[in-house]
Design a protein around this ligand. Structure first.
Ligand code: SF4
Ligand code: SF4
Length: 299
């Protein structure tokens, strides 16, 4: 175990403050027949990342829109309202809808990354002056989990391999980077607009509606994507997700990650000018209407 400790973990959190390295060995095992089988799935608080949603919606033969409606609840990841989604549980208790009392997880091969990692927590951080993020690990110890009493020892690296998290980490990495970048740039970038958040939701969670957007003139009038690449990103969920991350870097942080069509930028600025002018007039009208009420309140 490393001597380094996480400083901002609340004292009552089951996440232990000691940082684990990839070669740290933990005593843990989980298998059907263990006395606490399913206990963790009855206390599920699972935040979903984009690749988790792709795996689950394809397993269930649903569109992302159907999956989001039926199996998730939205939440705000920060004070600005950055949108996140959690897995829906039963109404009265936090029991995962995919849990079967006898069989255990009914989506096991496609279970989300958070379920695979448990009882290890993946914590990412990024310094304001550095581009790359760092991944850290910590042990989660909850009283219901008897796996910690087992004698099998395994390194964090081997546990990650055993649970198949590498593919999930690979395809969710840019998502976590976008969230960290928004956090670390904070006031420099300011609060993203509601439209930016809607777009973040579309790209990261609702990939089938994102595909509809890519096929619309709102996209083709602005972005210059070669036909071959366009077919790849519209036909393949994973290619679309990778492209979406690049597009979000452009939309949220102004990076030049996707080429624009000739003249599209100027045309857009012209349209934006008109929209901003209309919004300014509307706000001025609303301000005029507010005055009498403000006077009334002051009295
Ligand atoms: S998805 Fe599977 S492993 Fe994850 S909480 Fe639900 S039943 Fe448990
Ligand atoms: S050992 Fe822990 S992870 Fe495994 S079933 Fe029991 S509570 Fe869940």
């Amino acid at each position: 175990m490393s001597n380094k400790e996480f400083k901002d973990i609340p004292f009552d959190s089951p996440v232990q403050p000691h940082q684990l390295q990839l070669n740290t060995r933990i005593a843990f095992n989980c298998y059907p027949g263990i006395s606490c089988f399913n206990a963790c799935c009855k206390q599920a608080d699972i935040t979903l990342a984009p690749y988790d949603i792709i795996r689950l919606k394809n397993r269930l033969g649903m569109t992302s829109t159907e999956f989001l409606k039926k199996h998730t609840v939205p939440f705000e990841m920060d004070a600005h309202g950055m949108p996140g989604v959690k897995m829906r549980t039963t109404d009265d208790e936090p029991v995962c809808l995919f849990m079967d009392e006898e069989k255990g997880c009914t989506v096991y091969e496609d279970r989300p990354s958070a379920c695979r990692y448990y009882p290890i927590a993946l914590l990412s951080s990024r310094k304001a002056d550095e581009y790359h993020d760092e991944q850290h690990y910590a042990l989660v110890e909850e009283p219901h989990c008897m796996g910690h009493k087992e004698t099998r020892e395994i390194s964090v690296a081997d546990y990650r391999r055993e649970q198949g998290v590498e593919e999930f980490d690979e395809l969710n990495r840019d998502y976590y980077r976008l969230i960290l970048k928004k956090k670390s740039t904070g006031p420099a970038v300011g609060k993203p607009s509601p439209t930016s958040f809607q777009f973040f939701f579309l790209v990261c969670y609702d990939t089938d509606r994102f595909k509809e957007f890519l096929n619309s003139s709102s996209f083709s009038n602005i972005y210059d994507v070669p036909q071959e690449e366009f077919e790849r990103i519209t036909n393949d969920d994973i290619e679309r997700l990778k492209f979406g991350y690049r597009l979000l870097k452009q939309v949220l942080f102004g990076e030049n990650s996707i080429p624009l069509k000739d003249g599209a930028y100027e045309k857009r600025m012209e349209e934006r000018k008109e929209i901003l002018e209309a919004r300014r007039k509307l706000e001025a009208e609303l301000a005029k209407q507010k005055e009498p009420f403000e006077d009334y309140i002051d009295d």
